[in-house]
Design a protein around this ligand. Structure first.
Ligand code: C5P
Ligand code: C5P
Ligand code: ZN
Length: 532
């Protein structure tokens, strides 16, 4: 990637050379859409480079998870989509010679204090050598490059550095493409992986203003050039590939259009009035299958309706955005639309089935796609009942923040998504950040993953050990006013003996049960300071 920041690429090259020198690599990644795509990019780059590896996924990279990683016999560990926030712990293992870390991440690095020297006077480390993070090079990790983006930069570098003892570069894994076709060239330099990088960025909501920008835009360009991505201006609604038209409109609630959003018969009437053949063999067609002319007709009628029902112009603008289409996937598949793809991935990894999500990213290995679709149905149901719950029961509003406690009624791995989606609903303002608490599942609870309404059987008798997950979500407009949730989560959780971090606009933490009230109090103070 010949981007505007050569230092980022230099660091990527150093990381790639280190990986090339390894006999084998343990690849550790995060359990969300960005983490999965990060791992899939890294996996393919390692595979193509002929470097043996094994992949593991963690819900959270805490001390325990890092200890487990260190206990494996791997001398080289590649962390993707996490690692920066845990530099302090990882650094200790590195110093002890447990493993050499290579990190491709975009989270706020843990503050490793140089002054804070250990008792024998040796200065503590400020950073680690193979640390690839956009934030170190002036690139915004919350909006310009995701974990998958950082992994992509690394993958591009891996394709250019050759193995230390190789007399010829390792061949790519063949395929149908002839040796010198554009497609095989894109594979040879890993540019075809740009599609997954875009899915990761979209999954981390980095396209929230309607399109990707900064380093992400550069990746989009490479993907288009490689023939794996297509972009265009399109309706910015979720479900353009898979949802029947009435559902596409009914469920699209980011921009509320009276008489259509959340209104089944209204959406049907709107479409019926359009004088288009929108059904085929008695079935509603999908947006992706419409001709451009048909799309035009529907879109302008929709905008017209929005205008006539008084939707503010700023909101109407949000109906249209840049679409990111994975050109090689069939029309009508979740995998064709970056946003639907990322939701499909969240439906796997956030339910302990990262293997399924990774299989999907690697080209439907072992029938992964069908299994992912089944998981997606449950995920959708969980999101919608979670949002209903929060909207029905409401939030507690403090001076600067608002919060709710879901207990065990929303799975901790999706409570942040629910909080973000509920913002803007009745009684849940977008002018204050939202904090969402949920009980962390113990391993036995996690095993009962498909327990639909989250009923937990049997009270834990070691209740004092229960940990609480906190997810925080803000808006870009609050961030512009000074909000930094990564700082809030890190400091407020520390105050109650927990641990947290993340990004300015979205962050998370773990706190001990019982610490919630004090946590809210601290968070309220810190947010107050940030916004003053
Ligand atoms: O760990 P990671 O960086 O991959 O996750 C980022 C999280 O932040 C995602 O869950 C994403 O949905 C969330 N996010 C958000 N709103 C934004 C940006 C990110 O909720 N504007
Ligand atoms: O889990 P959730 O979706 O709320 O996470 C939001 C962001 O905060 C993610 O980028 C996640 O990686 C980060 N996070 C963190 N430390 C935690 C929990 C979450 O850095 N303890
Ligand atoms: Zn990420």
């Amino acid at each position: 990637m010949t981007g505007p920041v050569p230092e980022l690429e230099e660091r990527a090259t150093a990381c790639a050379e280190r990986l090339r020198a390894a006999d084998r690599v343990l690849l550790a990644s995060h359990i969300d859409a960005d983490g999965l795509t990060s791992a899939a990019i890294a996996a393919q780059a390692l595979e193509r480079a002929g470097i043996p590896f094994e992949a593991v996924f963690e819900k959270q990279l805490d001390g325990e998870a890092i200890a487990d990683i260190a206990a494996t016999e791997y001398a080289t560990v590649l962390f993707t989509d996490f690692g920066s926030g845990q530099l302090d712990i990882i650094g200790e293992y590195e110093d002890d010679g447990a493993f050499t870390p290579v990190i491709a991440d975009h989270h706020q690095p843990a503050t490793v204090n140089e002054q804070d020297s250990s008792s024998d006077g040796t200065p503590s480390r400020a950073d680690t050598e193979y640390h690839l993070n956009p934030l170190l090079f002036g690139i915004d990790g919350a909006s310009e490059l995701s974990g998958a983006g950082a992994s992509y930069v690394l993958a591009r570098a891996l394709a250019t550095v050759s193995a230390p003892d190789a007399d010829s570069t390792v061949a790519t894994d063949g395929g149908a493409a002839t040796a010198d076709s554009p497609a095989s060239r894109a594979r040879a330099d890993n540019r075809d992986l740009a599609a997954l990088a875009v899915v990761g960025a979209v999954g981390d909501m980095q396209a929230s203003g309607g399109e990707l920008h900064g380093a992400n835009a550069k990746i989009v360009e490479e993907g288009v050039d490689a023939g794996v991505l297509e972009t265009g201006t399109d309706l910015a609604l979720y479900g353009k590939q898979t949802r029947p038209l009435p559902k596409l409109l009914e469920y699209a609630t980011d921009v509320h259009i009276p008489g259509i959003s959340n209104d089944e018969s209204g959406a049907l009437r709107f479409l019926d009035d359009l004088d288009l053949e929108l059904k085929r063999d008695g079935e509603w067609r999908r947006w992706a299958g419409l001709t451009n002319e048909e799309k035009q007709t529907v879109a302008s009628a929709l905008v017209k309706r929005a205008v006539s029902t008084g939707v503010p112009p700023g909101k109407i603008d949000q109906l249209v955005g840049t679409s990111y289409v994975l050109a090689e996937e069939p029309v009508g598949s979740e995998l064709r639309d970056a946003s639907e793809f990322s939701t499909l991935l969240n439906a796997t990894a956030r339910y302990d089935r990262a293997d399924v999500g990774l299989g999907v990213c690697l080209g439907d290995r072992d029938g992964a796609l069908e299994r992912a679709r089944t998981l997606l149905r449950d995920h959708r149901r969980n999101l919608s009942s979670g949002i209903d719950l929060v909207t029905r029961e409401g939030v507690t509003v403090e001076e600067h923040v608002q919060w709710f406690h879901a207990g065990d009624r929303i799975r901790e791995t999706i409570v942040g998504i629910v909080a973000g989606m509920a913002m803007g609903n009745d009684g849940i303002s977008r002018s204050k950040p939202i904090f969402a608490f949920a009980e962390k599942s113990t391993d036995s609870r996690a095993a009962a993953a498909d327990d639909e309404d989250g009923n937990v059987t049997g009270e834990d008798d070691d209740s004092e050990d229960i940990e609480i997950k906190v997810s925080a979500r803000g808006t870009h407009s609050l961030v512009r006013k000074g909000l930094d949730l990564s700082v809030v989560m890190s400091e407020a959780s520390k105050a109650v003996g927990g641990d947290g971090g993340g990004h300015d606009v979205a962050a998370g933490a773990t706190v001990p049960a019982g610490g919630e009230a004090e946590f809210v109090e601290r968070a309220d103070e810190i947010v107050g300071d940030q916004l003053s």
